[in-house]
Design a protein around this ligand. Structure first.
Ligand code: VHF
Length: 344
């Protein structure tokens, strides 16, 4: 085992059939490929499909937030039971990991998650991850499982991330899969179909947003379908879906974890002088902060935006949002230490 990490994310639409039930032929195929790939990689399977699996148990389901939570709570055990059944046939045990945002934004909790996953891999156990939909509310939830998969890929320093979707890849205007993208820029974003499947949360825009973040941190990403004999292995070889070239990145693991904060909810806006100082590797002082957005606590990772609103980096804030507000009018203190800042 090389210790290389592979994150495979399965969207709701790609693993459900027309009736909205989990398609067991897909689960079986994924199980066979995961077994083959686990000889080369430490695998994390991020699977949506809990809401799709559970909603038929709620009478008059309309998809309200609370109904989705209830459906997810019913659906998650159904989903994990299927993964258990089909992966066990391949000699692989599964573990369920229901995650929340704080497991990533809090360094201590994240390191515990990492250690537990390492224990799984040492024991040939594949973690099947989903959001803990039951308790996550609007403020603390992941935007979707594309985000959750990306946070795992960045935090675990994955080599590759496969985002499996019913669209089969990024499509051009003729609805053909674009086979390779070297860099996600405005021209690429033009191809984005903003429609979402009626069972999932994410969509192509979300996939591209998180793909851009992952590739900028050196992770290879493929957006792919699950058609053919060995779709996951083909995607890893650039023969299925859209291959997104990783950019070169020399950030260390901790800095990558910090960088994953660019998808957190809190933001600090800095003025021109502070932006200049940050690029000269200086700490962020409260005097250089124009304002903050969102609630964040001391020790949480936040986005840094310049005067034009562009994200220039991320930082682990030494102060809570409210404290920064108070300090702005009182005295000049360090809001984030230079070692806790990653600039893009
Ligand atoms: N946690 C939800 C999935 C939400 C989600 O991100 O769905 P999708 O866009 O299909 O990956 C569930 O299991 O149904």
């Amino acid at each position: 085992m090389t210790g290389k990490v592979l994150v495979i994310k399965l969207g709701s639409a790609v693993i459900t059939n027309q009736e909205g039930n989990i398609d067991t032929t897909i689960v079986k195929k994924v199980a066979e490929e995961v077994a083959a790939l686990s000889r080369q990689y430490n695998i994390v399977l991020v699977s949506s499909g809990a809401v799709a699996s559970g909603k038929k148990f709620l009478s008059a389901y309309k998809g309200t937030l609370t109904e989705r939570k209830a459906a997810a709570a019913v659906g998650n055990p159904i989903l994990i039971q299927l993964y258990h059944q089909y992966l066990q046939q391949e000699g692989i045990t599964v573990a369920q990991a229901l995650c929340e945002r704080m497991h990533f934004s809090n360094r201590k909790q994240f390191l515990q998650l990492k250690e537990t996953f390492e224990t799984f891999w040492e024991n040939k156990i594949v973690p099947v991850v989903n959001e803990n939909d039951l308790v996550s509310n609007v403020e603390i939830k992941f935007s979707d499982n594309d985000e959750l998969a990306t946070l795992i890929a960045i935090g675990f320093d994955a080599t590759s991330m496969l985002l499996c979707t019913s669209a089969g890849g990024l499509l051009n205007d003729n609805k053909e899969v674009i086979s390779r993208v070297d860099r996600i820029d405005g021209a690429v974003l033009q191809h984005v179909n903003t429609e979402k499947s009626n069972v999932g949360l994410g969509g192509m825009l979300s996939k591209l947003t998180f793909t851009r973040l992952a590739t900028s941190l050196g992770i290879h990403v493929a957006i792919c379908g699950l058609k053919g004999e060995r779709p996951l292995q083909d995607a890893l070889e650039g023969k299925n879906g859209t291959w997104f070239e990783p950019q070169s990145s020399n950030l260390r693991a901790r800095q990558k974890w910090l960088a994953s904060g660019s998808v957190t909810l809190g933001t600090i806006h800095v003025d021109k002088g502070a932006a200049k100082a940050l690029f000269a590797r200086k700490s962020l002082l409260t005097v250089g902060i124009s304002n903050t957005e969102g609630k964040f606590v001391a020790g949480e990772v936040v986005q840094l935006r310049d005067e034009t609103g562009e994200i220039i980096g991320v930082a682990k804030s030494k102060l809570a949002a409210g404290e920064i507000g108070r300090q702005l009018t009182v005295r000049n203190v360090i809001a984030a230490h230079a070692d806790d800042i990653v600039l893009f």
